[in-house]
Design a protein around this ligand. Sequence first.
Ligand code: SAM
Length: 249
Amino acid sequence: MPDTHFGFRQVELADKQALVDDVFHRVARRYDLMNDLMSGGLHRAWKDDLVTAVNPPKGATVFRHLDVAGGTGDVAFRVIDAGGSGTRVTVADVNAAMLAVGRERAVERGYDDAVAFVEGNAEALPFADRSHDAYSIAFGIRNVPRIERALAEAYRVLAIGGRFVCLEFSSVDVPVLQGLYDFYSFNLIPALGRLVADEPQSYRYLVESIRRFPRPQIFAEMIAAAGFRRVSFRPMSGGIVALHSGWRL
Ligand SMILES: C[S@@+](CC[C@H](N)C(=O)[O-])C[C@H]1O[C@@H](n2cnc3c(N)ncnc32)[C@H](O)[C@@H]1O
C-alpha cells in the first residue's frame, strides 16, 4: 500500500509528526490523569486485556517485550506486573518529554531494573531484526504518519513466534452509542482538555485522529499485508476500541 494512505503528501506527513510531537510534549505531565478522566478509567480495563493477550511467562524465562509509543510507561508497568522475573520491557517513543515522565515513574515505583526507555520512531525502530518476543502499541499507531512502515518494523523486530498486539480507537458500531460518543468526543473531550491541561486544540487533534484511523477490518488487512499471520481483532466497549493481534510465524 502506498505511503499516501490518508491522502497526505510527504510534506504533510512530516507536518503530522511535528504536530503529534507538539501535542504530547505539552501534555506529558498530565497525560495519565487525562487518560483516566477522558475514558472514565476504562483505559485500564482495555490495557489489562492487551496484557492478557501478551501473556508474559510467569517464571524466570527471559521474555523481551517491546512497547512502542509507550509514552509514560503505563502499559510497560502492567506487563512487568503480569510477568515473571525474566520479563524485560523496552518502551520506545518518539517523544522525550513522555519518556522522561515514564523514567521518573519507573524509579518511583521500583520498576527501573525491568524497564528501559528508548527514544525511537515506530517507523524506524533502533532495534535488531527478531530481537523481541512480543510487540505492543496502545493508542499510538493512529499518530504514526506511515502506518505501513510501523507495521513492517513491528514484523522485522519480532522473533519467529512473536506476537503483535495493538490497542486502538475503533469504529463505534451501536447507533445510540455513536451519537453519545460524537457528543463526548467533539464537546466534552476538548472541554476537559481545556480544564485540566489548558490544551483544547491538542485534544481536538486527538479526536480527529481517531476519526481518520482506518476501520478495523481495513486495519486488520494492513496487519496481514505486513506479513503477520492469524490476524484477528476484537471490538471492546461497543467498538470504542479494538484489540488487534497478529503473529510472526
Ligand atoms: C496516546 S499516547 C499513548 C501512550 C501509551 N501507549 C498509553 O497507552 O498510555 C501516544 C504516544 O505515541 C507517541 N508517538 C507518536 N508518534 C510516534 C512515532 N512515530 N513513533 C513512536 N511513538 C510515537 C507519542 O509520543 C505518545 O507518547
